[in-house]
Write a protein that binds this ligand. Structure first.
Ligand code: DER
Length: 223
């Protein structure tokens, strides 16, 4: 029987949610399974409030009856569960494959626990094989892209269905090919010093634990 590695990782992480928590919902095909399992637990009586990292995750969660809280009403999130495109041995992440990196990073930074859920293909020895998403403002984008290229990023502005991709925040995503990223924290800081850059998909020093779904149907936890 085919193992859904994303689903088993998501469902194990969701078991860590406790009554009364404020929960951050991630974005992507792995977070999708977490949202569905959270909805099941809510129907079984789990009492939580959720905040979402994208419009599509909010719509999915509301469709399945998960109660929401406005980010204007809270100062902390107890636990955020989200996917990643890559995880390195220090639990640094590449994120943004789904274009939601900015809101995902806002939630992760405000979370007491940030739990990442992946299938085993995402666990890598160093970040960089996956093109690094960088959220940029449309204003002066040519100048910003030049600055990303000067850093060695070889940026490509993301398109979806033949149209320019626009994030939930009205910005664009530049997918950058830096090659192997030896020092994610340093590159992240360099990127965020470029004026037209809003944020980037490097999540460094933020991860509490990573739940890995494996082909044999087991899960493991990296801390
Ligand atoms: O866009 C994102 O950051 C997503 O979380 C992405 O990194 C993981 O998406 P996936 O679970 O669909 O692989």
């Amino acid at each position: 029987m085919e193992v859904n590695m994303k689903r088993i990782a998501a469902e194990r992480a969701v078991e860590w949610i406790e009554d009364g928590m404020t929960v951050g919902l991630g974005t992507g095909s792995t977070a999708y399974w977490a949202i569905l399992r959270i909805a099941e637990r809510v129907k079984e009586g789990l009492n939580i409030r959720a905040a979402a990292s994208s419009i599509r995750s909010e719509e999915l969660a509301k469709e399945h009856g998960i109660p929401f809280v406005s980010l204007d009403e809270i100062d902390r999130i107890d636990l955020t569960i989200d996917g990643a495109d890559e995880v390195d041995p220090d639990l640094n992440l590449t994120k943004g494959g789904g274009g939601a990196l900015l809101r995902e990073k806002v939630l992760a930074a405000a979370s007491d626990k940030f739990v990442v859920i992946v299938d085993e293909s995402k666990v890598v020895s160093s970040l960089g094989a996956f093109p690094l998403p960088v959220e940029i403002v449309p204003f002066g984008s040519r100048l910003t892209l030049n600055a990303l290229a000067a850093l060695g990023g070889q940026p490509t502005v993301r398109e979806k269905d033949g149209q320019r991709f626009v994030s939930d925040n009205g910005n664009w995503i530049a997918d950058c090919r830096f090659g192997r990223i030896a020092n994610p924290a340093q590159l992240s800081a360099e990127l965020n010093r470029i004026p037209g850059v809003v944020d980037n998909g490097l999540f460094t020093g933020m991860t509490t634990a990573v739940v890995v779904g494996k082909l044999d149907g087991s899960t493991s936890v990296l801390r």
